[in-house]
Design a protein around this ligand. Structure first.
Ligand code: AMP
Ligand code: MG
Length: 397
């Protein structure tokens, strides 16, 4: 049996090469950027009024209240063909070019019209007030986003502003999910005695969706070698084939054998973690095969810990990692256990700092404790932990 760390490096050592493609910006949300992007303009591109009001010389307003003659108007989108002389003002709209000679904009609300072309400025203005200066946000040629960044909604506007209408992104792995188990029934059915609803297909598809991957479900097969072999052959065409169920030592746990017959090289079939010991991993050409135990919590943990890490490597996206942070544990863990454990936990900020509370569960099938958790508490093997000690927690929400 190998450790979780060894299992992880066995997987990462076998990642297929990343692939790059071009995405339209409108379809790039959630994708991982494969290029450093630089601005092709200054932002703002010109000295810009931040208010509706009047472009003025702050010097003129030192004696406010003061009257100024309005010599023209500049709307957003118009060129500013004016030179502002002392004692004058130019009406200006938000987003319009500030004319030369002006060094501030007084808000319309701080003025009063006296005649058609005379205003009274009720207050003074600071030099630069209400002006967004050319290039104050970003300079022409400056870097906007690094390769390896996941493209979020908060970055899309900036990429649009610098004209990045197409962007180089890492391809996501093509992922197939294959569910096995003779006892499984569809979620539309009420399970008969000895049956259980297939929840893993749904949770796996959702986990991949959270990773930005639209996985393909190959459906459910009973524990029948011929049918399983046919589906496995289909799944080997993908980058990652993820199976659940049938990887343990029971008489009907036929996944490993079927994989071998399909030409898969099994790299490991037991990992010293809890839940998830019978985790099986193999490779066939460029396809990585993850055989997960059927217990839903084990399936979930392995997907977060190992398959997510493979995705991070495949798409070169460190941001896709689940953060691991330290928190003080609210109660002691008294029983040492020989394997590394992932316990469901609730992590929150309290008066004494970050605190994590283990959620009582009933083992590796307990979906209820998982639903209530926002992290996994990582307990090293053969270790007890006194109350208050700092433990590593992997955030899952
Ligand atoms: P196995 O890994 O096939 O030995 O299954 C371990 C446990 O997980 C058994 O209790 C199965 O009934 C359960 N199980 C297997 N596959 C699923 C699934 N797709 N959804 C929910 N439970 C499952
Ligand atoms: Mg089974």
């Amino acid at each position: 049996m190998i450790t979780g760390e060894q299992a992880l490096s066995e997987i990462l050592n076998r990642l297929p090469p990343s692939r790059i493609e071009t995405a339209e910006l409108s379809a790039a949300l959630g994708r991982v950027c494969a290029e450093d992007v630089f601005s092709d303009i200054d932002l703002p591109p010109f000295d810009k009024s931040a208010m509706d009001g009047y472009a003025v010389r702050s010097e003129d307003l030192k004696r406010a209240p003061v009257e100024l003659e309005v010599i023209g108007m500049i709307a957003a989108g118009q060129q500013a063909n004016y030179e502002l002389k002392p004692g004058k003002a130019i009406k200006i709209m938000t987003g319009a070019v500030v004319p030369s000679g002006a060094d501030a904009v007084i808000m319309k609300e701080n003025t009063e019209p006296l005649t058609n072309n005379i205003i009274k400025c009720l207050k003074g203005v600071r030099t630069g007030e209400n002006i967004s200066y050319k290039a104050e946000d970003l300079k022409d040629g400056q870097q906007v986003i690094n390769a390896g960044t996941r493209i979020t909604a908060s970055a899309i506007g900036l990429l649009a502003a610098v004209g990045k209408h197409q962007i180089s992104v890492y391809q996501n792995p093509r992922v197939a999910v294959l569910t096995t188990g003779a006892e499984l029934v569809d979620i539309t059915a009420k399970p008969q005695p000895a049956q259980i609803r297939n929840s893993n297909t749904y949770s796996l598809m959702a986990q991949f969706a959270e990773m930005g991957i639209n996985a393909h479900s190959l459906g459910v097969v009973k524990d029948e070698p011929a049918k399983l072999a046919a589906k496995v052959n289909e799944g080997l065409q993908y980058d990652f084939l993820v199976l659940t169920g049938g990887v343990s030592v029971g008489d009907y746990d036929i996944v490993e054998d079927t994989l071998k017959k399909a030409g898969v090289e099994i790299i490991f079939n037991k990992v010293a973690i809890k839940p998830g010991k019978p985790f099986t991993f193999g490779i066939n050409k460029h396809c990585l095969i993850f055989g997960l135990p059927g217990n839903p919590l084990a399936t979930f943990v392995i997907t977060e810990v190992f398959i997510r890490a493979a995705l991070v490597g495949f798409t070169n996206c460190p941001a896709a990692k689940r953060p691991i942070i330290k928190a003080g544990i609210s109660e002691s863990i008294n029983k040492p256990y020989e394997r590394q454990q992932y316990l469901t936990g609730w992590l929150e900020q309290t008066e004494t700092g970050l605190t994590v509370r283990p959620i009582a569960g009933h083992g590796s099938a307990d979906l209820v404790s998982l639903k209530d958790a926002n992290c996994f508490i990582i307990v090293p093997p053969n270790t007890t932990i006194p109350q208050g000690e700092m433990v590593e927690c992997m955030l899952i929400k």
